[in-house]
Design a protein around this ligand. Sequence first.
Ligand SMILES: Nc1ncnc2c1ncn2[C@@H]1O[C@H](COP(=O)(O)OP(=O)(O)OP(=O)(O)O)[C@@H](O)[C@H]1O
Length: 285
Amino acid sequence: MSFILEVDNLRKQYSDSAFALKGVSFSIPYGSIVGFIGENGAGKSTTMGSILGTLQKDSGTIHIFGEEMAPDKLHLKENIGVVFDDIKLPGDLNIVKLGNVFQRIYKQWNQKTFDHYVDFFSLPRNKKIRGFSRGMSMKLSAAVALSHDAKLLILDEATAGLDPTGRDELLDVLKGFVQDGKRGILLSSHITSDIEKIADSLVFIKNGKILLNVKKAELREKYAILQCRQNEFDLIQQKLILTYKKNEDTVDVLVSDREQVPSSITKKDFTIDDMTLLLMRGETA
Ligand SMILES: Nc1ncnc2c1ncn2[C@@H]1O[C@H](COP(=O)(O)OP(=O)(O)OP(=O)(O)O)[C@@H](O)[C@H]1O
């Protein structure tokens, strides 16, 4: 299988913070969407910034389209579309003028595609961008990211400021984006229902470390969340336990192979939110 993005053993520390990325590794196969999940401060934006080269990594390798990424590789950067929630577009311009600017910046700028997404997201063409709401700005960033023939999209909380209709529209566009099997998306979001809807695999990060990397299709087939008493917990093989959280009388446990759990132990229906909570709040065996 070939990958559009491969991150291997990425490490990054800030000089004025105790936080560090501790050997982050994951990859995105062509034609797929990876959901990047973690609490505030887990390291999602730091990982994304290191991939893009806006942050300098300490060590590790990043391959995009099979080629090692470096800050001077402009041809790789051209092929990446980015949506961040604090992206700064020039406030004095309107969409018509912005299109003219991007036409000069991106070799592969496609004005027709941009016009299509401006209409699709119902964005006003003649209003100054400074007067855009947060949701409108996010939609505009997405329209730009989708209009320069990027093969890899990196979206950091791109759906955060959107209303349910806007979110749905963007998610549909993203699903369509990877359908030809020649592109890929890394999408971080705290709205796990968005990730549930479009991601092919999920990467969970906590304190700068990848906790779990799982294909969505295998999530409910292979994994299980159990609610058991301490004596039942003691019966579960250690190697199956990814994380657990002790409550007053019971223990919640995330296991990697539901088939190997004694049938007497109750398996709960679970959402990605439940899994996220347990991974973020639980302890490892
Ligand atoms: N420029 C910086 N200098 C120092 N520390 C930083 C800097 N940027 C981020 N950090 C710290 O690094 C840690 C990870 O931050 P990061 O923004 O990567 O997390 P995140 O998972 O994207 O969080 P969120 O969901 O809140 O966006 C945090 O503790 C943050 O305070």
